[in-house]
Design a protein around this ligand. Structure first.
Ligand SMILES: Nc1nc2c(ncn2[C@@H]2O[C@H](COP(=O)(O)OP(=O)(O)OP(=O)(O)O)[C@@H](O)[C@H]2O)c(=O)[nH]1
Ligand SMILES: [Mg+2]
Length: 321
């Protein structure tokens, strides 16, 4: 969905690119005056067309924000700022229209004249005015270039049954995604290794039909109110809000994650309250390090203990949805 957004040049690079292309144009004519006239017109035509069509591609390359699924709208707002993006795209579109207007008004004069000096002067004027409009929206071009780089990395979310893995940082969420799907997330012994949503897929044959499920690894959440959550945590909340049919909440009673089990369970009760209409499977990970007497499902992503049972539980719950 976001891979079609083109790479965006800033104003100077875009103008240079257009000038470089036009310099290669030569129209042949035996009459030197005609040759100069035709070449000047063709180069000016090409300069304006390249700028106008490139600006158009930039705006059209972005998906219409209002029509995006709400999860993406929220992620854009967290990582980019939706209003700034809309404003920047609007400004670039204004530049496209203004350049088109300048060119349609000036190109007639270019064609009518037989005076080479006037022709060259007109050409300079058109280049100058179009370049000045493009430079006026330079900050917006730079902004959408940054947005393109971020959006290119967005996960490809499908509208299929979805499990969201949530929990404190460093408890083993990415390790579980790796065990359950073909995804290869980064796993490390420090908190906030995962900085954005990652998606894995599971395919299962159910009554002779192949069914696809989506499993989502989220960044860690800390025990603090929604309003105090940072941009990394807010992405996890967006996944819970917009995508989850089922939540697998991972806790780490061994506390090797660096956070107390008390805080982890307090956060669990907070998010259960907010997302009271979603089913939760609560899991204790790292059972190879510490086994409690609780009734929660116990797993180890290191020695695979309890994983088969968890998979059974996940599909039992999803098929209830
Ligand atoms: N002993 C043991 N270590 C585990 C287990 N599961 C994960 N780990 C380790 O715990 C650390 C964190 O694992 P991750 O999977 O990166 O944890 P995460 O919850 O995705 O972490 P963030 O992305 O930072 O929130 C890594 O060093 C893992 O190797 C387990 O079952 N047992
Ligand atoms: Mg992780």
């Amino acid at each position: 969905m976001f891979s079609k957004i083109p790479i965006i040049l800033d104003a100077t690079k875009l103008i240079d690119h257009a000038i470089r292309k036009t310099k290669k144009i030569e129209i042949h004519d035996r009459d030197r005056r005609f040759k100069t006239k035709k070449t000047t017109i063709a180069r000016t035509d090409s300069f304006a067309t390249i700028i106008i069509s490139t600006l158009e591609q930039y705006v059209k390359g972005f998906p219409s924000i209002e029509h995006l699924p709400s999860f993406y709208q929220e992620i854009i707002d967290i990582k980019i700022d939706i209003n700034k993006l809309k404003e920047a795209l609007g400004a670039v579109d204004w530049a496209r229209k203004t350049c088109a207007l300048i060119y349609s008004k000036q190109s007639r004069a270019l064609r009518k004249t037989g005076n080479i000096d006037f022709l060259k002067q007109k050409q300079r004027e058109i280049y100058g005015r179009i370049s000045s409009v493009v430079k006026q929206v330079d900050v917006h071009l730079i902004f959408i270039a940054g947005a393109q780089k971020i959006m290119k990395k967005f996960p490809d979310i499908k509208d299929i049954p979805t499990v969201v893995i949530a929990g404190y940082p460093n408890v083993g969420k990415s390790s579980l995604l790796k065990l359950l799907s073909s995804a290869k997330p980064k796993i490390a012994q420090y908190p906030f290794t995962t900085k954005q949503i990652h998606v894995g897929h599971i395919e299962r044959k159910e009554k002779y039909v192949k069914k696809q499920y989506q499993i989502i690894d989220t960044p860690g959440l800390l025990d603090r109110p929604l309003s105090e959550k940072n941009d990394i945590e807010r992405q996890a909340i967006a996944a819970l809000t917009h995508l989850a049919d089922l939540v697998v909440f991972i806790s780490d009673p061994s506390e090797t994650c660096g956070y107390s089990i008390k805080n982890q369970l307090h956060m669990l009760s907070q998010i259960k309250e907010i997302f009271h209409d979603i089913s939760f499977i609560i899991v204790e990970n790292k059972v190879d390090l510490k086994k409690t007497n609780s009734s929660y499902l116990k797993i180890s992503c290191t020695n695979n203990e309890g994983i088969e049972l968890l998979i059974k539980e996940i599909f039992k719950n999803l098929n209830k949805v």
